[in-house]
Design a protein around this ligand. Structure first.
Ligand SMILES: [Zn+2]
Length: 423
């Protein structure tokens, strides 16, 4: 059997327990043993990696990925990309995520109906490299909602599919089930980037949300929602939506509803995109002034307050920041970990748990993914330095000398233990 042993590493296991010096044995695609440095470990003829005190941690898990987003400035750019080119771009993005140390992605929506699905299948069959992926539908939205890019005199596509009324939502949900999605995604609230439907509006009605949820529940699919307004969040919780994105503009009722549902629900505030839209999107026409006018600054402030409150209530809050925009590029996803520390007041340990253990849980694999434990899948990063002292080192690919997915190195440390060899 293919075996690798990491010796002389600081094991940061993703559980939230302190890191400790030790060794980790990988056999096949699983972690076979985790032992403290002083303990004996039989590893036969396993390939030996001397970590030289580097950190060994679980692969990072993105809770709101858009592998088919192309680092665009205007969402209508997506509509101009033919499916064939778009498929290749999506496969390329999957490699970029592995390069950045992300070994799993829970999709926050596909830009065309089948892109996530074919990519997931190609990765699962070993035909293309990429993170473990749960495939989402495109964003289902209402006329005037986020992703309705049409002009009155001109049809335009972007990343969403427009549905109106429960029957249209039901029909499209069933089509996506037929095509093989894992997750149905809907835009329940508006968004600051949409003049007709700002973030504090709730654009889908109860019957429409219920229709999507009925289809998902009947077929055992996951449901994810773009929900910024308090009403949208409450509607989602009422209907059993398991993944709630943004959740920024909460009132007391919405916070209490999320707390009551905390064992079933995951929240990802998508803080990366909010932060960069406010602070770094000037070259693409969104100056600070423009962003403030849209309400982005106010939303970031309220989102920070909401997340601090939800964390106190024990709600699971995950990293995942809508990477795939020109000012918020794919591959920089680990910035979310630093945002959790700098903006949300997470300890580095809590932020890393949000990117590993909780990631395993949102993937539906909490019993075998996202932690370094015997029996867990061998998705591992070898990091030169201590991310608990400085989480920003996780943004530097030169510091991540080893990326292993499913027991196989995507990037292996070289003989010096500090550089790396891309496979
Ligand atoms: Zn998104």
């Amino acid at each position: 059997m293919n075996a690798t042993v990491f010796r002389n590493v600081s094991v940061l296991d993703g559980t939230g327990n302190p890191a400790f010096p030790g060794s980790v044995l990988v056999e096949g695609n699983k972690i076979a043993a985790v032992v403290p440095a002083a303990a004996p470990l039989a590893f036969g003829d396993a390939r030996v990696i001397d970590g030289r005190c580097a950190t060994l941690m679980p692969g990072l898990i993105e809770a709101h990925s858009h592998l088919s987003f192309t680092d665009f400035a205007q969402s209508v750019e997506l509509g101009f990309i033919p499916p064939e080119e778009h498929t290749l771009r999506t496969a390329q993005n999957a490699r970029r995520m592995l390069d950045a140390g992300f070994t799993s992605c829970f999709s926050g929506a596909s830009a065309k109906p089948r892109l996530d699905i074919v990519l997931r299948n190609a990765i699962d069959s070993g035909d293309f490299p990429g993170p473990r992926t749960l495939a989402a539908s495109p964003e289902m939205t209402v006329t005037s909602g986020l992703g309705d890019a049409r002009l009155y005199h001109m049809y335009r596509e972007n990343f969403a599919v427009v549905c109106n009324g429960a029957e249209e939502f039901r029909r499209f949900s069933r089509e996506m089930v037929r095509e093989g999605v894992d997750t149905l995604k809907m835009n329940v609230s508006g968004d600051d980037g949409v003049p007709a439907s700002r973030a504090d509006t709730t654009v889908m009605n109860e019957a429409e949300v219920e229709a999507v949820c009925d289809v998902a529940h009947a077929h055992g699919k996951r449901i994810a929602a773009h929900a910024r307004s308090a009403e949208a969040v409450k509607m989602c919780v009422r209907h059993g939506v398991g993944v709630i994105y943004h959740a920024t503009l909460l009132d007391d009722e919405a916070k209490a509803a999320l707390e009551d549902a905390k064992d079933e629900v995951f929240v990802a505030p998508v803080i990366g995109h909010l932060y960069t839209t406010l602070n770094e999107a000037g070259p693409w026409g969104i100056s600070r002034e423009v962003a403030e006018k849209r309400g982005t600054g106010r939303e970031l402030e309220r989102g920070i307050e909401s997340m601090k409150d939800l964390k106190r209530r024990g709600v699971r809050i995950l990293i995942g920041g809508d990477y795939g925009f020109a000012w918020n590029r794919i591959g920089t996803n680990a910035r979310d970990i630093a945002h959790f520390v700098n903006l949300l007041g997470f300890t580095p340990m809590d932020a890393i748990v949000a990117a590993t253990k909780l990631g395993g849980e949102i993937m539906g694999m909490g019993d075998r993914l996202g932690q370094i434990k015997a029996g867990y899948l061998a998705d591992l990063l070898l990091v030169n330095g201590n991310p608990l002292e400085d989480v920003t080192i996780l943004q530097d690919q030169n510091r991540i000398s080893g990326v292993m997915k499913n027991g196989v190195f995507w990037r292996a440390p070289d003989a010096t233990g500090v550089g790396s060899v891309r496979h």
